[in-house]
Design a protein around this ligand. Structure first.
Ligand code: NAD
Length: 330
């Protein structure tokens, strides 16, 4: 099998090659979109990541170039038009779980950093500034944490917060018995917004969850609430989040994902002019912490992504059924 790997970085190459057993991978830095799709010519399949853009136009060009498989190196498949892929006979595979712990731990890191301002303390001390002025935080212990989506990542995150001594409440269309056994109460969405001191998003991006957090949801939240998003950027209406930060309804914002991240993340733009005014406005707030989609980024997760991706491709080649194939309904 000849596979074109899009959006590939040094660590993708390293992890895929260290588990490879005969697949011919060619690595492209380029993000897959209508301008780069011709790079897939001559390959049997493509391997893509979160910000590769597999809309109908791109999929038609892939099909015309005899691409038969899309192997996603991620869990979410919101960047693929699955109905069109199905019509064109292109099979789509994903990596449903690599390290849910990694993402849950990153959500916790965002909370602790935002609260105790360790990122600011680090810089201060390096400059010989040992003052504690404006570094005070709050006890996480005993606070109410609202978890939206208690699947693989959300349930691990809920257990972590439970362990710290928080009151954990949850919202999900499907209630998880393990959570209920821990005493975690499921509430309607609005009620979760009203009661939470910290809200963490762990549901997938679907048409239903697009801008789940918007002007109306901010209106239900406590003043000074902390909002964490390690799931997908478009769960939050960024424009409304900026307004909520300006009115101080939103006290802290920690995001590992951003609505327009495909134009920014995974690149060094430090010498460029950033044209995205919303991200620059977000960066300007002292109570906003942004990481560039690194929740998954641990050695364990990279290995698991490589192992599962290679198995998905080999199973496809051998015609073996594989539960990681994404169904159109997804
Ligand atoms: P999962 O499928 O195990 O869990 C998702 C949960 O969300 C399920 O329990 C589902 O019932 C629930 N859900 C669906 N629609 C909902 C809605 N409208 N409201 C509330 N809950 C809803 O997924 P997971 O493995 O826990 O991953 C969650 C998300 O994390 C993924 O969709 C992906 O977008 C994101 N993710 C981010 C990173 C990162 O690096 N930051 C890495 C992996 C995954």
């Amino acid at each position: 099998m000849k596979i074109a790997v899009f959006s590939s970085k040094s660590y993708d190459k390293e992890s895929l090659e260290s588990h490879n057993n005969g697949i011919e991978f060619k690595y492209f830095d380029a993000t897959l979109n209508k301008d780069t799709v011709q790079l897939a010519k001559g390959f049997d399949g493509i391997c893509a990541f979160v910000n590769d853009h597999l809309d109908a136009d791109v999929l038609h060009v892939l099909a015309a170039n005899n691409i038969k498989i899309v192997a996603l190196r991620c869990a979410g498949s919101n960047n693929v038009d699955l109905a069109v892929a199905d019509q064109l006979g292109i099979k789509v595979y994903r990596v449903p779980a690599y390290s849910p712990q990694a993402v849950a731990e990153h959500a916790l890191a965002l909370i602790l950093t935002l609260n105790r301002k360790t990122h600011k303390a680090y810089n201060r001390v390096r400059e010989g500034n040992f003052s504690l002025e404006r570094l005070s935080g709050f006890d996480i212990y005993n606070k109410t944490v609202g978890v939206v989506g208690t699947g693989k990542i959300g349930s691990i995150f809920a257990k972590m917060m439970n362990g710290i001594g928080c009151k954990v409440i949850a919202y999900d269309a499907y209630e998880n018995d393990e959570m209920k056994k821990l005493g975690i109460e499921y509430l309607p969405f609005e009620e979760l917004l009203k009661q939470s001191d910290i809200i963490s998003l762990h549901c997938p991006l679907t048409p239903e969850t697009h801008h789940l957090i918007n002007k109306d949801s901010f209106a239900h939240m406590k003043d000074g609430v902390m909002l964490i998003n390690t799931s997908r950027g478009a769960l939050i209406d960024t424009k409304d989040a900026i307004e909520a930060l300006k009115t101080r309804r939103l006290g802290y914002l920690g995001i590992d994902v951003y609505e327009q991240e495909e134009h920014l993340f995974f690149r060094d733009l430090s010498e460029s002019v950033i044209a995205d005014d919303m991200i620059t406005r977000l960066i300007s707030f002292s109570n906003v912490l942004i990481t560039a989609h690194q929740g998954f980024f641990t050695s364990e997760a990279l290995s698991q992504i490589a192992i599962t991706t290679i198995k998905n491709i080999n199973d496809f080649a051998a015609g073996v059924e594989n539960a990681n194939e994404v169904a159109v309904e997804a």
